[in-house]
Design a protein around this ligand. Structure first.
Ligand SMILES: Nc1nc2c(c(=O)[nH]1)N[C@H]1C(S)=C(S)[C@@H](COP(=O)(O)O)O[C@H]1N2
Ligand SMILES: [Mo]
Length: 221
């Protein structure tokens, strides 16, 4: 997976964002808690919804889309879109916080709660980490605990409509309590692991966890 295919994903944006990580760009040195303030430190509010990715737009129809769940699980999953949407459906409203400093409030999501996915696949006792794999070659890593957050969803609907391709449709992850790079678009598979394995931005200077309230933008913050 590394090497050649990674090189194709080295866009100008990738190089700029790697430089920001080296320079500690946008860091305010402040922290705040969601109870005190809705906007995390160093963020500004936007009304539109920017598109941010590596510049590859995978065109996956709902008919062709499949989800693989594998690794340290009792029940590996291989669902098509109909099987996926036959699972319990959840709705949630949450805010987006992107590490490039924009935030967007009150996004209405619909999909499968990650907790319901965990019920279906039953992570084994040694499973502690999760890696998301996407159709554009992107990966990102989370602890099992962060993945299992109450408001985390495998999302296929936004504002009552199917999730648009540019925002990761047919299905993306949404983990509202972490910076948005953890929310993988064009989800293809979910891997459960005993040991952590860094993803695309995590090996390029970005924080392993990415809590916006602690301003965990870059590794070493
Ligand atoms: N597959 C994939 N998922 C991805 C990315 C990507 O490049 N590829 N970019 C991440 C980043 S850095 C951000 S800020 C959000 C942007 O999502 P949006 O384009 O829907 O706003 O997607 C995240 N998920
Ligand atoms: Mo981002």
């Amino acid at each position: 997976m590394a090497g050649e295919s990674d090189q194709k994903l080295e866009s100008r944006l990738t190089r700029t964002k790697q430089r920001w990580a080296r320079e500690g760009r946008f860091l305010t040195g402040k922290t705040s808690r969601p109870e005190e303030q809705r906007l995390p430190p160093g963020q500004h509010l936007t009304k539109d919804w920017p598109v941010l990715d590596l510049g590859v737009l995978p065109q996956i129809s709902r008919e062709r889309w499949r989800l693989d769940v594998y690794g340290a699980v009792e029940h590996p999953i291989f669902w098509d879109f109909l099987e996926f949407t036959a699972q319990p459906q959840a709705k949630s409203v949450s805010d987006i916080h992107c590490v490039t400093t924009w935030s967007r409030y009150d996004n209405q999501w619909e999909g499968l709660a990650t907790r319901d996915l965990l019920d279906a696949c039953q992570p084994r006792i040694e499973a502690r980490h999760v890696v998301l794999h996407s159709h554009d070659g992107y990966t990102t890593n989370l602890t099992l605990e962060d993945f299992a957050a109450e408001d985390a969803l495998l999302e296929h609907g936004w504002s009552g409509m199917p999730l648009e391709a540019e925002h990761g449709g047919p299905v993306r992850l949404v983990v509202p309590h972490l910076y948005f790079w953890k929310s993988a678009k064009w989800l293809r598979s979910i891997e459960f692991l005993a040991e952590d394995a860094s993803g695309y931005w995590e090996v390029r200077g970005y924080h392993n966890r990415g809590d916006p309230w602690e301003e965990q933008r870059y590794s070493g913050d």
